[in-house]
Design a protein around this ligand. Structure first.
Ligand code: FMN
Length: 244
């Protein structure tokens, strides 16, 4: 049997394909450029900027979760909504790997990266399940094909024999006039305590601004909100620039 030297197969990536940004030199992202002193409006502004460029799937983000013992996993998901002052919602199978991990450890992180604007946002917080009424609203608003796909997904065991099993279920549910939202499929609200806005710059000296929510137990007196490095925002938020 032929043996393979794995080192000869390793690829070193070059920088030829790294995108150059045509931002103007004065288009920095600094405290003065924030559209608000709380992070929700800033998030919506950056998302709008991408969606106004007719970029597909701007609402796709990576969700990171961990097991109770701290083993991480991540996957792409679709942002369903932003609830001002409350958090960010997404929908999934509660019995999926992420659902089980969120059951064990409700702390999670979301990450968006938009190459067209050279911006990234990361969000960290704690999730709670949405009510079944809210999950119903979302499920029944989905296009029919997505409803069928969702029901098929929840019906299946995690490890399956072949694709035909999925197609058989799809045929079964496609024929039903009214589909029910599966009990084990629904929404989560991620309530953020930290959001970071990252703007990559043409000169590689990038800009980063972080919002942190002061929690009731935080020792506020030890935090110097001097308005020069740490700024008092609205609604219990403080914000500051970070080195990139
Ligand atoms: C672009 C994209 C969007 C996705 N959106 C969702 C979503 O909103 N909800 C969901 O449960 N899975 C979504 N998925 C599938 C997940 O990435 C993942 O494969 C699935 O939820 C199982 O993840 P888990 O085993 O880690 O729980 C999406 C996949 C892609 C590629």
């Amino acid at each position: 049997m032929e043996t393979t030297d794995i080192h000869s197969k390793s690829s070193t990536f070059t920088f030829e394909n790294v995108r150059k940004f045509s931002k103007k030199t004065d288009e920095y992202f600094d405290i003065d450029h924030l559209v608000s002193r709380e992070p929700y409006s800033q998030f919506k502004k950056w998302l709008d900027d991408v969606e106004n460029q007719q970029i597909d799937e701007a609402r796709i983000f990576t969700l990171a979760t961990t097991t109770k013992s701290g083993i991480p996993s991540c996957r792409p998901l679709r942002l369903a909504s932003i609830i001002d002052g409350e958090g960010f919602t997404f929908f999934t199978n509660y019995d999926s790997r992420k659902g089980k991990e969120l059951e064990e450890n409700p702390y999670a992180a979301m990450s968006f990266w938009w190459p067209s604007t050279a911006r990234a946002i990361r969000i960290e917080g704690q999730v709670t399940k949405l009510s079944s009424a809210k999950s119903d609203d979302y499920f029944y608003s989905l296009p029919r094909e997505m409803q069928v796909g969702t029901v098929v997904n929840v019906q299946c065991k995690r490890i399956i024999q072949n694709r035909q099993q999925l197609l058989d279920l799809k045929n079964k549910y496609s024929g039903q006039s009214q589909l029910q939202r599966p009990d084990r499929w629904g929404g989560y609200l991620l309530v953020p305590h930290t959001l970071e806005f990252f703007q990559r710059q043409h000169d590689w000296v990038s800009d980063r601004i972080r919002f942190r929510r002061l929690l009731k137990n935080d020792n506020v007196s030890s935090l110097v909100i001097d308005g020069s490095t740490t700024h008092q925002g609205d609604d219990d938020w403080v914000f500051e620039r970070l080195a990139p």
